[in-house]
Design a protein around this ligand. Structure first.
Ligand SMILES: Cc1ncc(COP(=O)(O)O)c(C=O)c1O
Length: 345
């Protein structure tokens, strides 16, 4: 255990130094394809090495091969915002190593998850009564939403914008569902003219497309989806975190009508990869009670839903205890607002 302590202090020291000097490193990895592979042993090690060697390898081999997503001038793809509290939370989560497959397996994880996800719901100004839980990614969250939509509607068609994230297409393909992409207008939002939703299971509206940050007309899509008996899933993975700033809530118009909604705290809410939050406004949907296990195996026995935590269709466990610790101990409402506000500027 003394090694664990000594090495642990060294690891935290290394992490602190990396964060302090990340702005001095190049944003983009300075290696050619295959350069790192050529320096790594082909065979697995026969013996262990002192932890100091591992940290030296981090400095000499790994850091030069990193594209530094934590760099203040990293503007590619999308923003990810790990933070000191979030990093410590990961350490504690790994230490506790909880597997929250059922309530009994980790009462703390289950109950802390529900409470902290509800805190985020309140911070973002989402409606009361929505049921939320943690998924690993937005891709998995949308997969769960499409499964629920197909189950509830008995239909097999998904509609989204031509600018929706590729995860919608991937999820539909995995489920064997037919995907129809609607063209976008001059503002890069989904066009609604000519949309026939009569045989559609789910409409996916994006708030904050990954390429353009454009916003689909959620209210109109929700009204039309519901009139046609379809499920409305809002993919706010990218821009949803910005709702923590009240001045950014213009893009929330109509979101209260959604059947499900995903946001990614690993983008602007100071949480290291991966953490997605999936809410549904239909937690008690009777026709979605499709769990394979007995009711007692649910992580949330009182609430059955195709996309609740007990669903077999989504991830069965997450390191929720400590993933959420950052919300309680590390960060404050103003800190979240500042991060999101800086990101949207
Ligand atoms: C709008 C949108 N949806 C979905 C995703 C997929 O997120 P994840 O990597 O968590 O699956 C992204 C990622 O950038 C995104 O921007």
């Amino acid at each position: 255990m003394s090694d664990f302590r000594t090495d642990g202090y060294a690891a935290i020291d290394w992490a602190a130094r990396y964060l302090e000097r990340v702005d001095e490193l190049p944003v983009l990895a300075q290696v050619k394809p295959g350069e790192l592979s050529a320096m790594l042993p082909v065979d697995p090690p026969e013996t262990g090495e002192p932890f100091a060697n591992i940290l030296r390898d981090l400095d000499e081999l790994i850091v030069p091969a990193l594209t530094n997503w934590q760099h203040p001038r990293f503007f590619a793809y999308f923003a990810v915002t790990a933070s000191e509290p979030g990093i410590l939370a990961e350490l504690l989560a790994a230490t506790l190593n909880q597997v929250a497959i059922v309530w009994r397996a980790s009462p703390a994880s289950t109950e802390l998850e529900l409470r902290t996800v509800d805190w985020v719901r309140q911070l973002l100004g989402l409606p009361d009564g929505w049921h939320g839980h943690i998924e690993d990614t937005a891709s998995t969250s949308t997969l769960a939403a499409l499964i629920a939509a197909r189950h509830i509607t008995g239909r097999n068609v998904v509609v989204c914008s031509e600018h929706a994230h590729s995860s919608v297409e991937k999820d539909a393909r995995m489920l064997g569902m037919e995907l129809r992409k609607a063209p976008a207008d001059a503002t890069l939002a989904m066009r609604t003219d000519g949309l026939d939703l009569s045989d559609v299971a789910a409409v996916v509206a994006t708030v904050g497309t990954t390429s353009f940050a454009s916003v689909d007309p959620v209210r109109e899509l929700a009204e039309r989806a519901h009139a046609a008996g379809a499920w409305l899933h809002v993919d706010a993975a990218y821009a949803g975190s910005s709702w923590i700033c009240e001045e950014e809530r213009w893009s929330q118009d109509g979101v209260e009508l959604a059947d499900s909604l995903v946001i990614n705290p690993h983008k602007w809410l100071m949480t290291p990869m991966d953490c997605s939050l999936l809410w549904t406004s239909r937690p008690d949907e009777p026709s979605s009670r499709s769990r394979s296990g007995p009711a007692s195996s649910s992580r949330v026995p009182q609430r059955a839903s195709a996309i609740s935590s007990g669903s077999p269709t989504t991830i069965v466990s997450s390191s929720v205890s400590a993933r959420n610790t950052w919300v309680r101990h590390g960060s404050s409402r103003p800190a979240f607002r500042k991060t999101a506000s800086d990101a949207t500027r």
